[in-house]
Structures are given as structure tokens and as C-alpha cells.
Design a protein around this ligand. Structure first.
Ligand code: HEM
Length: 463
């Protein structure tokens, strides 16, 4: 009997302990932070993150699952790789999940920059921006300018070794300047280019305001760019001539509700230049790389573009219908964007303590909506490591729920169509005019940014 009582006691104790443990676990899950490690004081796990790149994320995912805490790039951060949750985060800015880009970026891009504004201000700034780059504008105003620019930018490459990284960077910036303010590759752009490059460098640096730092250089570049843009605004006002470019449109929004201040106009222009610069240039460079490495794909792309050219005289520009017919080229651009992962993810910040995925996330923490892993998910993209543009040729492929190449929700990229139109036009003139081979030996980095540290050199010859 005594033995029986002891056994019952032990079983009861075990039951109570197990219930307590489960309750504690549930309490941790409901009330606490997600699992993960925070690394060293102040530095957190930034060094491991930058050194190991995507492998750091993969390892943490294996240990802690799709939702874990860390401390990277100077902030306590939650990394989310859960597709459904990522969708929720991107769709719910109004619940307190606003953009969480680094301070240096916000300081240098300006307080009216689109990533710095929320709620109704974001809505009207975004509205003003969309009015400049929506498909009708591309069709009627922007595509002719892009065509003219690409024709001239891609002339005289025959028999030369060129650095395609440098060319696509110049292309992205100069093509935008032409669309925004009719600026040709002349004197003003010569002064503008180095300042813009300093500005970009500053946004990617630590906010240390000392002489010689990239951050200080970025702030100074912002000042110089503002004074160039102010001068442009003054010249426009003095001449009274209405110009049919983006600046002209921004300056003639007469009704008071949508009238923008000069500060807002300038920050919108900087937003346009900055957002389209690295995305368009890097996707173009990587498309050239993948086309070089996949002759069958190149053949198909060339066929598509030759068919367009055959119906035209050499001096005829490509128009909207031509662009819409470039369906395989569009697939190549999407596949390039996926496989190279031009954008690793997007950053958000909590504006109040909030519950996410059963955990409580404190106010002011960053949420890294890390979309890179989704790009390589074999359930969404069979044989994910293969460059296969044909996977995008189904019409619905861009409409699937976890298509995050251009972000999602209220901040989904408004420049998607314009960016694709620019890259398509670039590829049109590139593949119809030239053949190329890589000089070889150039290194390509895929993380934290996709870049060729010493350039990507190709030997070009006429078609
Ligand atoms: C292939 C090229 C491009 C890619 C892959 C790309 C990708 C993205 C992504 C992922 C976002 C979401 C950012 C976030 O949620 O925080 C975004 C937003 C944005 N993109 Fe793009 N983009 C491209 C081209 C462009 C171009 C050409 C422009 C402008 C002319 C542009 C303007 C913007 C702007 C203004 C936003 C912020 C929207 C907002 O906050 O409401 N993008 N882009």
C-alpha cells in the first residue's frame, strides 16, 4: 500500500511539474520574445551576419525556426522568414509596423523621403509619385525618353572591353535624370553624378558624424544636391516655360490639397533617383551575366527582340506595344531578380509593444522581413538554384501571394513597371546590337549587396 501511495505521489508530482512546465512554456511563448541569440553588447551579431551572410540566417533558422530574435546593424531585431507572417507585416503598417530603415538613410534622404513618412503624409506623397510613373505616363512620356537615352548610351560599344557594372550604374542614374528634369549627359549631370554616389555611400554607413566618414560625406552631398535642385526649380520658375517632365508635373500641381512644398519636391526627386538606382542597375548587370551563362535563354531573348526590330526601320523607337510584347524578357528580369536576390528583404519598426506570431515584441524593435529564403523555396520555385525564366511565363506567376520581389502591401514598389521597362529597353538595344563574352576573372559578391567589387568586364562586338 505504501509503495502504491509513493508511486501515486511521484506520478502526481510529475503531472504537476509537467503542467507547470507547459504553462511556463506557453507563458514564454505568449508573453516573451521569440527564441534566438543577441550576441555581444552593442555589436550584437552584426559581424557574424555580415561575414557569414545568408548562411548566418540559414543557421539561425535551423536552430530557432522561421521567426527569431537577433541584434544586427545596431538594433535589436526580429527576423521573419515565414511567408504568411511576412505578408501580414507588410499589409499592416497601420497597426504599428512602419518602415525601419537605418538612421543614416533617413538623415541623408531627407525627412520628407517616402520611407520616413507614414499615414496620410505617406498616402499623399505616394500619390504624387504614382502620378509621375504610372503605366499611362510610361507609355506616353517616359518610354520615348528611355528609348532615346538607351540608343545613345549603348552606342559605340563595338570592339571594346567595357565594365558592364559601371555602364549600368551610369545608365540607371542618367536615364532617371533625363526623365525627371530633361537633364542630358552634360555639364549638370557631370557635377551631379559624384555627389549622388557620395550620397548613396552615406546612406549605407554608420551614422558617425566626423570629418572623413562616409556619413559626413553623404550629408554634404545631400546639401550640394539640394542646392543644384533648388537652382533648377528657380530657373524653371523664372523661365515660365512649362516642361513635360516629372519636375514640370510636380511644380504644376495647382490644387492646394496636393500642392507640394519645394522641400517635398526635392525629397521626392531624391527618392525617385535613389530607389531606382541600385535596383535597376544591379538587375541589368546580373541579367547580362545570366544571359552570358545561359546561351539557350539568350537565344530566346534575342529572337524576341529581333522580331520587334524586323518590323521597324533602324531609327524607329520601341513603343508601349513593343514593350508589352516582350513577355520572355520580363520573365528573364523576374528570374534574375529572384535568383540574384537583388533585395534581401525590407525593414520595419514597431511603434508600440505588439503581439506577433504569439510573441510580444517591444516598441522600437526592428522587424527584418527577410524575403531571400522565399526566393529559394522549392515549393514555390522547383529547382530553385537553376536560372529558369520559363517558370515566369505563366500569367499568374506574379500574382501569387508570396511574390515579394517588389515588396508588398501599402509600400509595394510603385516603380516596378518603370524599372522593368528600363531594363527591357536596355536589353533590347544590347542584344540586338551586340554579342559579348566575359573577359573573366571578375569576382561577384551576392551579399550583403550584389556587386562586382572590381567591375564586371566584357568584350563587346557588333551583332
Ligand atoms: C527592378 C527594380 C526594382 C526593384 C527590385 C524594387 C524593389 C522594391 C522593394 C522590395 C520595395 C519595398 C520597400 C519596402 O517595403 O520598404 C520598393 C519600394 C519602392 N520603390 Fe522600388 N524597386 C525597383 C525599381 C524601382 C524604380 C525604378 C523606382 C522609381 C522610379 C522605385 C521606387 C520605389 C519607391 C518610391 C518605393 C517606396 C514605396 C513606398 O514606401 O510607398 N523602385 N521597391
Amino acid at each position: 500500500m505504501a509503495v502504491f501511495m509513493v508511486i501515486c505521489g511521484v506520478v502526481l508530482c510529475l503531472c504537476i511539474c509537467s503542467a507547470l512546465l507547459r504553462w511556463n512554456e506557453m507563458r514564454y511563448r505568449i508573453k516573451g520574445l521569440p527564441p534566438g541569440t543577441m550576441g555581444w553588447p552593442v555589436f550584437g551579431e552584426t559581424t557574424e551576419f555580415l561575414k557569414q551572410g545568408p548562411n548566418f540566417m540559414k543557421n539561425q533558422r535551423l536552430r530557432y525556426g522561421n521567426f527569431f530574435k537577433s541584434h544586427i546593424l545596431g538594433c535589436p531585431t526580429i527576423v521573419s522568414m515565414e511567408p504568411e507572417l511576412n505578408r501580414y507585416i507588410l499589409l499592416n503598417e497601420s497597426k504599428g509596423l512602419v518602415p525601419g530603415y537605418p538612421q543614416s538613410m533617413l538623415d541623408i534622404l531627407g525627412r520628407c523621403n517616402i520611407a520616413a513618412v507614414h499615414g496620410s503624409t505617406h498616402r499623399y506623397m505616394r500619390g504624387a509619385l504614382l502620378a509621375l510613373i504610372h503605366p499611362t505616363m510610361i507609355k506616353d512620356q517616359l518610354l520615348p525618353k528611355i528609348d532615346e537615352f538607351m540608343r545613345s548610351h549603348l552606342s559605340n560599344w563595338d570592339n571594346k572591353v567595357i565594365d558592364i557594372q559601371e555602364k549600368t550604374k551610369q545608365m540607371a542614374l542618367l536615364s532617371s535624370l533625363k526623365q525627371i528634369a530633361g537633364v542630358e549627359s552634360g555639364s549638370i549631370s557631370q557635377a551631379f553624378i559624384p555627389e549622388f554616389f557620395k550620397l548613396v555611400l552615406g546612406t549605407l554607413s554608420l551614422p558617425i558624424d566626423f570629418p572623413g566618414t562616409n556619413y559626413r560625406g553623404g550629408l554634404q552631398a545631400r546639401k550640394n544636391i539640394i542646392s543644384m535642385l533648388r537652382q533648377l526649380l528657380e530657373e524653371r520658375r523664372a523661365s515660365k516655360e512649362e516642361k513635360l517632365d516629372m519636375l514640370g508635373c510636380l511644380m504644376t500641381t495647382e490644387d492646394n490639397k496636393t500642392k507640394l512644398s519645394d522641400e517635398e519636391i526635392i525629397d521626392l526627386i531624391i527618392t525617385l533617383l535613389y530607389s531606382g538606382y541600385e535596383t535597376v542597375s544591379t538587375t541589368s548587370m546580373m541579367a547580362v551575366k545570366y544571359l552570358h551563362d545561359h546561351p539557350k535563354v539568350l537565344e530566346e531573348v534575342r529572337k524576341e527582340h529581333m522580331a520587334i526590330r524586323e518590323k521597324k526601320r533602324p531609327e524607329d523607337p520601341i513603343d508601349w506595344n513593343d514593350y508589352r510584347s516582350m513577355t520572355f524578357t520580363r520573365a528573364v528580369i523576374l528570374e534574375t531578380s529572384r535568383l540574384a536576390t537583388i533585395v534581401n528583404g525590407v525593414l520595419r519598426k514597431t511603434t508600440k509593444e505588439m503581439e506577433l506570431n504569439g510573441y510580444v515584441i517591444p516598441k522600437g524593435w526592428r522587424i527584418y522581413v527577410y524575403t531571400r529564403e522565399v526566393n529559394y523555396d522549392p515549393r514555390l520555385y522547383p529547382e530553385p538554384e537553376t536560372f529558369n525564366p520559363w517558370r515566369w511565363t505563366e500569367k499568374s506567376s506574379e500574382a501569387q501571394n508570396y511574390f515579394f520581389l517588389f515588396g508588398g502591401g501599402t509600400r509595394q514598389c510603385p516603380g516596378k513597371e518603370l524599372g522593368i521597362a528600363e531594363i527591357s529597353t536596355f536589353l533590347h538595344y544590347f542584344v540586338t546590337r551586340y554579342r559579348w563574352e566575359e573577359v573573366g576573372g571578375d569576382e561577384l559578391m551576392k551579399f550583403p549587396r550584389v556587386e562586382a567589387p572590381n567591375g564586371l568586364h566584357i568584350r563587346v562586338s557588333a551583332n
